[in-house]
Design a protein around this ligand. Structure first.
Ligand SMILES: Nc1ncnc2c1ncn2[C@@H]1O[C@H](COP(=O)(O)OP(=O)(O)OP(=O)(O)O)[C@@H](O)[C@H]1O
Ligand SMILES: [Mg+2]
Length: 237
């Protein structure tokens, strides 16, 4: 099966801080993975490398067979950064229309209206982003990442700031995508609801890679899946 995301022997440091240490993984086209790890594990760094915002110190990354910073990779990718901020002086609708046009969406108005409705942003469509609540800004940022129906979707903690009904809407929207997807999270229940596979990262290393079903099979007695994950992350057997 073709790999849409291929990472081989990648390391990345910020000054003396080693954020990623010899990381390798490969994601076949069409599969969804949760990138699960505690604070500071290297999740956001991994996603920033995949979208070409950072360059690895060593190792190689291929997005749909291309270098991450190439035009081919950029047009294949949809990315929600951690703490995303859309254009603050534009309205919600203007942000959607502008990004849709830049991304080559054929029917900009149709795509804009669809996301306004699906994410319940209609009442804010004329509001300037600078005046939105953090949750509504996050909804708009998710829409901006997905508006061009990207082949490969990378979302850094997409459910941050969202209320429970909105989380449910976003779950539904992400589950319906045909794209190859990585969703970073430190919350196991988000991983289990969104994907069947998990890449677990701790202290800059991939500590586990497999299916959620396999993880469930590793529960001992009445142990919870969170406890299995904690064991794997701390290296305890
Ligand atoms: N711009 C930066 N400058 C220096 N160090 C950084 C920078 N960004 C991240 N780091 C360090 O790199 C390591 C990995 O950080 P990263 O943001 O990738 O983790 P994360 O898994 O996304 O964490 P979180 O769950 O808190 O978002 C941490 O030790 C962090 O302090
Ligand atoms: Mg992060």
């Amino acid at each position: 099966m073709a790999s849409c995301i291929d990472v081989q022997y990648v390391s990345k440091s910020y000054g003396k801080t080693v954020a990623l240490d010899d990381v390798s993984f490969s994601i076949p086209c069409g599969e969804s993975y949760a990138l699960l790890g505690p604070n500071g594990a290297g999740k956001s760094t991994t996603l920033r490398l995949l979208v070409g915002l950072l360059k690895p110190d060593t190792g190689t990354i291929k997005i749909d067979g291309h270098e991450p910073f190439s035009p081919e990779a950029k047009s294949a990718l949809g990315y929600l950064p951690e703490d995303a901020t859309p254009y603050r002086t534009l309205s919600v609708r203007e942000n959607l229309e502008y990004i849709a046009a830049l991304r080559g969406v054929k029917d900009v108005t149709l795509a804009t209206d669809r996301f306004l409705d699906e994410l319940v942003l209609r009442e804010y469509e004329r509001a300037k982003v600078g005046k939105l609540s953090r949750g509504n800004m996050q909804k708009l940022s998710i829409a901006l990442a997905l508006i061009h129906n990207p082949k490969i979707v990378l979302l850094d903690e997409p459910l941050n700031y969202l209320d429970i009904p909105t989380q449910e809407r976003v779950f539904k929207m992400l589950k319906s995508l045909q794209s190859t997807m990585i969703v970073s999270t430190h919350i196991m229940s988000i991983a289990t609801r969104l994907t069947e596979k998990v890449l677990m990262i701790a202290r800059g290393k991939i500590v586990w890679n497999g299916t959620i079903d396999t993880l469930k099979g590793m529960e001992v007695g009445d142990e919870s899946i969170e406890s299995v994950v904690a064991r794997l992350m701390t290296g305890a057997s």
